[in-house]
Design a protein around this ligand. Structure first.
Ligand code: PMP
Ligand code: GLU
Length: 417
């Protein structure tokens, strides 16, 4: 049967693929430590679950307006006003089946063939493929470890052309945790405003998962003109640990919201009816819960950073936000371990899964092939055990050399060099 060129031009989501593979291995009885899943390991709080159970029991089981109930969209408006200082009306809010779905709708509603979308790398895996699905052209600009994975205004200026329709901003970032300061966002906003019609698509799904008292603001709020030029994307997957529920939302100007609503009404219709009252509860009452998670993630962040840097060939600075360790593995590329040579992030991840039974996501899906991503939204025991296994799998194989002491020194050299 024919498959479309549209479907053929994209890849399956690598993050979901690694997670599924690790789950499958576990189901087969293999003892895998998984750092794949980009989801909090905490259960959804009971008071949110109870609200959904109550809605289900009371017959909230029918279609709702395609963009979500008015009550839910009003609750989103209150959230954006109180927490982000952004004023919207319910007609500007579209609730969808996850922030991924919101982003999909945005690109479908916004792009014409050949329109360019600037995406800073490392990027979350789905942005370029969603742009391609909408016949757009991803324009990738890269920021590495040395710039703390943050692009400069100058880089953005050089990447934008008359064909630039949007710039994706994801702060805090998946996979790097990089979090732009309000001043840095203002400088990027100034560059976007140099182009009369370009907009920011601001993915703020990790806004509450930041460390060391770092300030997080929306790019929509850094200059008065920016609100009209920003599409804010957020959801409950991360901050209320509701990944399986599928709830995300976008806030924008009314014309784009109407176009998204039209697309949603002809595709998925409304987000699930009986989760919507529970999403209001989650929007209003998950502050203590997220604070508790962030405290736990912070401890794990420190530990995983320490353990990663203790492995010869791997390096990483303390991530600023989100719950991912994006480790630089260039020190092990081209080396042979247990007879397996690893030349890129895919081969390294494959080797770690086969030999150490540890699942990590290769950096190539995020636009940086020298790195691997480990989600530390998992228990401290898993972190200790997983990193022990990685260290062992990447230990210098003494059979390659009769001078063990020399080998140990050589490893130290890679690290420092
Ligand atoms: N944006 C980013 C940066 C993400 O990491 C994710 C991962 N889940 C999403 C959007 C989508 O989240 P969801 O569809 O679960 O709301
Ligand atoms: N966003 C999460 C991740 O990066 C979940 C998987 C996905 O939606 O791609 O792992």
């Amino acid at each position: 049967m024919q498959t479309s060129s549209r479907a053929n031009r994209i890849q399956p989501s690598p993050t979901l693929a690694v997670t599924a593979k690790a789950k499958q291995m576990k189901a087969e009885g293999i003892d895998v430590v998984s750092f794949g899943a980009g989801e909090p390991d905490f259960d959804t709080p009971d008071h949110i679950k109870m609200a959904a159970i109550k809605a289900l029991a009371s017959g909230d089981t029918k279609y709702t307006p395609s963009s979500g109930t008015l009550q839910l969209r009003k609750a989103v408006c209150r959230k954006l006003q109180e927490e982000n200082g952004l004023e919207y009306e319910p007609a500007q809010i579209i609730v969808s089946c996850g922030a991924k779905h919101s982003l999909y709708n945005i690109f479908q509603a916004m792009l014409n063939p050949g329109d360019e979308v600037v995406i800073p790398a490392p990027y979350w895996v789905s942005y370029p493929d969603q742009v391609l699905l909408a016949d757009g052209k991803p324009v990738i600009i890269s920021a590495g470890d040395s710039s703390k994975f943050k692009i400069s205004p100058q880089q953005l200026r050089e990447a934008m052309t008359d064909n630039t329709v949007a710039v994706v901003i994801n702060s805090p970032s998946n996979p790097t945790g990089a979090t732009y300061s309000p001043d840095a966002l203002r400088e990027l906003a100034e560059v976007i405003l140099e182009h009369p019609t370009a907009v920011a698509i601001s993915d703020e799904i990790y806004e509450k998962i930041v460390y060391d008292g770092r300030e997080v603001v929306s790019i929509a709020s850094v200059l008065p003109e920016m609100k009209e030029r920003t599409v804010v994307v957020n959801g409950l997957s991360k901050c209320a640990s509701m990944t399986g529920w599928r709830m995300g939302y976008a806030a924008s100007v009314k014309s784009l919201a109407a176009a998204m609503d039209k697309i949603q009404s002809q595709s998925t219709s409304n987000p699930t009816s009986f989760i919507q009252p529970a999403c209001i509860v989650a929007l209003e009452q998950s502050r203590d819960f997220v604070n508790m998670m962030v405290e736990a993630f912070d401890q794990r962040r420190r530990r995983i950073t320490e353990l990663l840097n203790d492995i010869p060939g791997l390096t990483m600075d303390l991530p600023e936000g989100a719950f991912y360790a994006f480790a630089n593995a260039s020190g092990v590329m081209g080396k042979t371990f247990n007879g397996v040579t690893v030349n890129n992030s895919g081969e390294l991840s494959g080797y770690l899964l086969d030999h150490a039974k540890v699942a990590v996501v290769p950096g190539n899906g995020f636009g940086l092939d020298t790195h691997i991503r480990l989600s530390y939204a998992t228990s401290m025991e898993n972190i200790e055990e997983g990193l022990r296994r990685i260290k062992e799998a990447l230990a210098y194989n003494a059979s390659h050399s009769s001078h063990t002491h020399c080998a140990v020194r050589r490893w130290g050299g890679w690290k420092n060099g």
